[in-house]
Design a protein around this ligand. Structure first.
Ligand code: ATP
Ligand code: MG
Length: 328
């Protein structure tokens, strides 16, 4: 049996290049070596979108399509919908008995996301989403979790919860390990925060060639460079960080020519836009094929959800036994 890998995304919008380099790429590469579970996290999306649930339902198939376009193979990977596995909610409740509110309040990702979203008070669901994420991971006994840097505190919290469960009851779960990619945090086009669905600073995976070029045109560069021959500071340039992420073998050449003022921002941007378009081209082809067969995409989600649910039910049986709450 192959070890299990779990990854997922909040269903709050279409996926972008940050998701690709931070996590999707690894999922595609590892799907033959691991039993890959891919979670469409609609419940976790509601922690910030409970007032607009239609955003979640409108995007479910968009995200599924992004996965398939990226090369996640439905014959290798299990794609499933979080809200259709009620056992995850059940395990979240059991875990929540021994997680302190303080540990959640001090979670650095919760803190920064709350600040970014301007939350003056914390809702129970939002504050507790790392507990529900621990249940996502534990219930399918996942061992490897490919994630962006922002998720590290959550994986750490998951390990603590699992260890505590074992101490209190009995060993049931493997201890998961985060897998951080070569680009753990891709900057957004604004250059000031991570590329994110919510911040209008993203290049979506379903962008056309022109959209990619236009967006790259407005990406933040070194403000000190006004004329082409002004020496640049690639280390503070968003476009240079995209060269590092998407064409690492050319990055040092770009670094030198930018620092020496021998390449202008316009050419430098064209190079990276071409590169990103070359990456997205095969995704465009696959998206075309799948979008002509919407029924097949639904079948993939239904079959994946059934498979994940039976794994979840099995784990819950063990959880109930460990906790001595299996009455009959
Ligand atoms: P939201 O604003 O709804 O939270 P998001 O863009 O942060 O959306 P998530 O669904 O929260 O996306 O993240 C899914 C996965 O993608 C996580 O593993 C996360 O670390 C990774 N990820 C998201 N954005 C980036 C990024 N800019 N760079 C690297 N990894 C990222
Ligand atoms: Mg996020």
């Amino acid at each position: 049996m192959k070890p299990r890998l779990l990854s997922g995304d909040r269903i709050t919008g279409k996926l972008h290049l940050g998701h690709y380099v931070g996590s999707l790429k690894k999922r595609v590469e590892l799907q033959h070596k691991y039993d890959c579970f891919v979670l469409l996290a609609d419940v976790q999306a509601l922690t910030t979108h409970y007032e607009k649930p239609e955003i979640v339902s409108e995007n479910l198939r968009n995200v599924a399509m992004d996965y398939l376009a990226c090369g996640i193979d439905p014959n290798q990977s299990t794609l499933y919908i979080q809200s259709m596995i009620p056992e995850i909610a059940e395990l979240t409740v059991y875990f929540s008995m021994f997680v302190t509110v303080n540990s959640l309040r001090h979670n650095p990702t919760i803190k920064s996301e709350a600040t970014e979203r301007g939350y003056t008070q914390m809702y129970y669901g939002f504050l507790g989403y790392p507990v529900s994420q621990a249940a996502d991971i534990a219930i399918c006994k996942a061992e490897l979790i490919p994630v962006g840097e922002d998720q590290l505190p959550h994986i750490e919290q998951t390990c603590k919860i699992i260890r505590r469960f074992h101490q209190l009851y009995a060993p049931v779960f493997p201890e998961p390990q985060a897998l951080i990619s070569e680009t753990p945090r891709l900057l957004g086009l604004d250059g000031s925060s991570k590329m994110s669905k919510g911040l209008n600073n993203a290049i979506l995976l379903d962008s056309t060639c022109d959209e990619v070029s236009e967006k790259i045109q407005r990406a933040k560069t070194d403000p000190a460079r006004i004329q082409k021959h002004d020496p640049g500071h690639p280390e503070i340039c968003t476009v240079y960080s995209y060269h590092q992420a998407f064409s690492p073998e050319l990055a040092s050449e770009i670094y030198d020519s930018c620092s020496q003022g021998t390449i202008g921002c316009k050419d430098c941007k064209k190079k990276i836009a071409d590169r990103i378009n070359a990456l997205l081209d095969p995704m465009r082809d696959r998206r075309d094929t799948f979008s002509r067969n919407a029924k097949y995409v639904d079948e993939i989600l239904i079959a994946g959800t059934q498979r994940a649910r039976s794994a979840a039910k099995e784990t819950m049986q063990e959880v109930r036994e460990a906790m001595k709450i299996n009455y009959f």
